[in-house]
Design a protein around this ligand. Structure first.
Ligand code: PEP
Ligand code: MN
Length: 346
């Protein structure tokens, strides 16, 4: 923390501030100028509370924190990149991970056909919601346990690992039984009791960025999960709300580059929810590869016009397969770049 005192703050005010900082357990370093005193505070403690307390003290002009409020997920804690293994798939390693599948699990046929098609196209994991967070209570809410059972069937048929959303603390254990990765949706990014309950679920978590959340808030939510002893968190940029109306959300691609600077956790992009339009998905997938994401997650449906949810943003099988073919040269460049970076980091 850096605390700048007001011009000509009294000696008593300066001493009181130093004392207060020490009460919080920090070491004090003062820089005494002709007119102004600046105080540095270093150490470990409740920075937010300390800053707020100092800001309320007489003679203080401003108190700001210098270090990031998140610790375990930061690059300072662990330089480089974390690898998160999900059976034969590794996020943050030398493979770009493609996750694909329907928005919602609708029926055995729909899911199995989709699983086969995306596996053939090169997807490494199958997505599909059994518990759906819908804006309206009258919309399809998901097949719940029945959906989880179908996901298990699809895994047995294709070998694809499963990622599916858990919406409530009380379902974590159940969903963890069926899923290889638990998805936390945008609407639940700051559901702190849900985040805490993921600590010991035994599964990696894909944490989606809230639609009105800052990058820092996303990292703080990841910190919740890691601080509760689950280090396996994958971050997902899925678009944020802006004034733009042509796309469903605004895909914050720069967030991927920023996250790669700030955290060691893997980052994936969800171009389906970010754009809301299937025609835009392939371009955004290319961009996700180029900007150095660790993977992407897209929605695919056997018949998008009949989907129970998110049909407009779902790729058909031929569209997915074509996109994957056209991505190959980009994926090869990605791999060369990743290997070169990993070698340089050693
Ligand atoms: C989803 O992945 O189907 C979903 C509901 O996404 P989000 O939480 O990003 O809206
Ligand atoms: Mn969806």
């Amino acid at each position: 923390m850096i605390i700048s005192m007001r011009l000509h703050a009294s000696r008593e005010e300066i001493d009181n501030v130093c004392r207060r900082i020490q009460e919080f357990g920090y070491k004090v370093h003062t820089i005494e100028g002709e007119e102004r005193v600046v105080i540095g505070a270093v150490g470990v403690g409740d920075v937010t509370l300390c800053v707020e307390s100092l800001q309320a003290m007489p003679g203080v002009e401003n108190a700001v924190r210098i270090s990031a409020p998140y610790k375990f997920v930061s690059k300072e804690f662990r330089p480089g990149r974390s690898q998160i293994r999900v059976n034969s798939v590794e996020f943050g390693g030398a493979e770009f991970v493609v996750i694909a599948g329907p928005c919602s699990v609708e029926s055995e046929r729909q899911l199995l056909e989709t699983a086969e098609a995306v596996a053939q196209g090169g997807a490494r994991m199958l997505r599909g919601g059994a518990f759906k967070p819908r804006t309206s209570p009258y919309e399809f809410q998901g097949l719940a346990l029945e959906g989880l059972k179908l996901l298990r069937k699809a895994k047995a048929a294709t070998g694809l690992d499963i990622i599916t959303e858990v919406m409530s603390e009380s379902d974590v254990e159940l969903v963890a039984e069926y899923a290889d990765v638990l998805q936390i949706g945008a609407r639940n990014m700051q559901n702190f009791s849900l985040l805490k309950s993921l600590g010991r679920c035994g599964r990696p978590v894909l944490l989606k960025r809230g639609m009105s959340s800052t990058i820092k808030e996303l990292l703080m939510s990841a910190e919740y999960i890691v601080a509760h002893e689950n280090p396996n968190v994958i971050l997902c940029e899925r678009g944020i709300r802006t004034f733009e109306t042509v796309t469903r959300n605004t895909c914050d691609l720069a967030a991927v580059a920023v996250l790669n600077e700030l955290t060691h956790l893997p980052v994936v992009v969800d171009p389906s929810h970010a754009t809301g339009k299937s025609s835009l998905v392939p371009a955004l997938c290319r961009a996700a590869v180029a900007i150095g994401a660790d993977g992407f997650m897209v929605e695919v449906h056997p018949c998008p016009e009949k989907a129970f949810s998110d049909g407009a943003q779902s790729l058909s099988f031929p569209q997915f397969q074509r996109m994957m073919r056209e991505l190959q040269p980009y994926l090869e460049l990605w791999k060369q770049d990743r290997l070169a970076r990993n070698a340089a980091a050693v």
